[in-house]
Ligand binder design. Structure first.
Ligand code: C2E
Ligand code: CA
Ligand code: CA
Length: 299
């Protein structure tokens, strides 16, 4: 209550803390504070510089494959943004997305991500790689913007893609927000035909009755639980619970952050249908992805 007066503002600030926690790596938790916001503002990230990054074409997407547990074949990709800074080198999204969100640059950046991911998906299909879906991350402001659906629609038309080929990831904290616009947007996007997945699942306190009312396609088990698997029973119990829950609710389930064979074996044996993580593939430039796919087709 001391940090924000509205739900929207509260989620925005929670998001800033989340991005900071992700930036710090494993197992972290970060409380929001005003200095956090101004720190993240001061660090790399002058609005002007980020604005110019768009103009100068310094943003790029890497793609991380998602594989089917049974066959380990690639069935999806997650588009992950990076900033190739002329002096500072490659800047990860944890260091500029929350700033983009605060400064409203998230709209042009988010649109650029959608355009670029669709362009590359079209190139994949034209190269003969069909049946691979493309997952795109959406932030809260993007999700609440009226222009989102029209932009998605026109981009799909431009690249002659069907809505089912796209998936949008929103974090559990956004998905569980109580605002009416969020619920409406979820319904609208689903009706239009794109898939939706809940990112970082398990990190919030979702209401199960609320979850059952939301028309999601997929739940992404948060990386934290996968990392903690070796350390004991709590994470494995939570993972088992999420997989059962997903099945009962008719959702697909994917685990992210899978780095070892042990983690993969465990998840597959528990019935987790899809896997994403360094054990199979790291996020990579589009050119490398094409090579992997060609190689897989003609081993
Ligand atoms: P996320 O959506 O949870 O994305 C997964 C992050 O985990 C990525 O970090 C990915 O590189 C990393 N990762 C994947 N597999 C493994 C693994 O096996 N081990 C470990 N240690 N890490 C793994 P990345 O690319 O730095 O992205 C960080 C966050 O930035 C994303 O978290 C997402 O919240 C945000 N983000 C990235 N691209 C976009 C975008 O285009 N739009 C928006 N709004 N947010 C984005
Ligand atoms: Ca994601
Ligand atoms: Ca995630």
């Amino acid at each position: 209550p001391t940090d924000a007066q509205s739900e929207e503002d509260l989620i925005k600030k929670a998001d800033i803390a989340m991005y900071r926690a992700k930036e710090l790596g494993r197992n972290g938790h970060v409380n929001y504070s005003e200095t956090l916001e101004s720190d993240s503002g001061n660090k790399v990230l002058l609005t002007n510089e980020l604005y110019e990054a768009i103009e100068r074409d310094e943003l790029l997407l890497h793609y991380q494959p998602q594989v089917l547990s049974e066959t380990t074949g690639i069935i999806g990709l997650e588009a992950l943004i990076r900033w190739q800074h002329p002096e500072k080198g490659m800047i990860p999204p944890g260091q500029f997305i929350s700033h983009a969100e605060q400064s409203d640059l998230i709209h042009p950046i988010g649109n650029w991500v959608i355009d670029t991911a669709c362009r590359d998906l079209r190139a994949l299909i034209d190269a003969g790689h069909r049946g691979i879906r493309m997952a795109i991350n959406l932030s809260l402001k993007q999700f609440l913007a009226d222009a989102l659906l029209p932009h998605i629609r026109s981009t799909l038309e431009r690249y002659d893609l069907r809505p089912e080929m796209l998936e949008f990831e929103i974090t559990e904290s956004i998905a569980m927000g109580q605002q009416q616009p969020i619920i409406e947007t979820i319904a609208e996007l689903r009706k239009f035909g794109v898939s939706l997945s809940i990112d970082d699942f398990g990190t919030q306190y979702s209401s199960l009755s609320r979850l059952s009312q939301l028309p999601f396609d997929r739940i992404k088990i948060d990386r934290q639980f996968v990392m903690d698997l070796e350390q004991g029973d709590t994470s494995s119990a939570i993972i088992g619970f999420i997989i059962e829950l997903s099945k009962n609710m008719g959702y697909s389930v994917i685990a992210e952050g899978v780095e070892t064979k042990e983690q993969f074996d465990y998840l597959r044996n528990r019935g987790c249908g899809e896997i994403q993580g360094f054990y199979f593939h790291k996020p990579m430039p589009f050119g490398d992805l094409l090579e992997i796919l060609v190689h897989r087709q003609n081993p």
